[in-house]
Design a protein around this ligand. Structure first.
Ligand SMILES: Nc1nc2c(ncn2[C@@H]2O[C@H](COP(=O)(O)OP(=O)(O)OP(=O)(O)O)[C@@H](O)[C@H]2O)c(=O)[nH]1
Length: 208
């Protein structure tokens, strides 16, 4: 990782091959890589500056490897994360179990981390409904247990528009939240207020 300043750490979590890297690629470079699947080894880092009102917020995105053999490493990467995008593949029920595992882990150790639960590869089930292996209501019920604020969105990376909108929606939201936190910090610094209090965790769901 470069010595670049990062305002908010975002971590991508989820089983291998669910589309974490593709999401980051889409968001950072606006492209979808076609070709043989290449699994992430350990984790990859990318810094993405975003203009929010009159400030530039730099998101540090950690794209972790989904393979269970890297599980211990992934724990290092979510430490201190402001947001986690927990992905699962709508056509793979095991990936949903794995997503729940990461949500539980985050809730245990990163109380302040916002969690975005994202069902990916929506295009595959568009073409063939029988491929869907994670029921919409199962995901909704699961998310309902944690929070009443749900955002149900289609996440399909092979379709430019839809996926780009979803990425922008998620990452922009994180930047705006970080922007308000920075503003609050500046204001508190001026007044000498301690902002190091614990807040409840947040949970959003993106699924279709
Ligand atoms: N059809 C379809 N394929 C996708 C989508 N997103 C990713 N893929 C494909 O799924 C495979 C895995 O994508 P990656 O983004 O590398 O998955 P990952 O979760 O980062 O995998 P790991 O690095 O092993 O953790 C690749 O072959 C992608 O082209 C999608 O929205 N639709």
């Amino acid at each position: 990782m470069s010595g670049q300043r990062v305002d908010a750490k975002v971590v991508m979590l989820g089983k291998e091959c669910v589309g974490k890297t593709s999401l980051v690629e889409r968001y950072v470079h606006n492209r979808f890589l076609i070709g043989p699947y290449q699994n992430t080894i350990g984790a990859a880092f990318v810094a993405k500056p975003i203009q929010v009102e009159d400030k530039v917020i730099t998101l540090g995105i950690w794209d972790t490897a989904g393979s269970e053999r890297y599980e211990a490493m992934s724990r290092m990467y979510y430490r201190g994360a402001k947001a986690a995008i927990v992905c699962y593949d709508l056509t793979d029920c095991w990936s949903f179990a794995r997503a729940k595992f990461w949500v539980t882990e985050l809730q245990k150790s990163e109380e302040q981390c916002r969690i975005y639960l994202c069902g990916t590869k929506g295009d595959l089930i568009e073409g063939n409904r029988s491929l869907r292996k994670v029921d919409y209501h199962d995901a909704q019920d699961y998310a309902d247990e944690y929070c009443s604020h749900l955002h149900f969105l289609l996440l399909s990376d092979s379709d430019n528009n839809i996926s780009e909108n979803v990425c922008i929606c998620i990452f922009k939201k994180i930047s705006h939240i970080q922007y308000s936190i920075l503003l609050a910090h500046c204001a508190a610094k001026e007044k000498g207020v301690d902002l190091a209090q614990k807040k409840s965790s947040y949970f959003y769901c993106c699924h279709h």
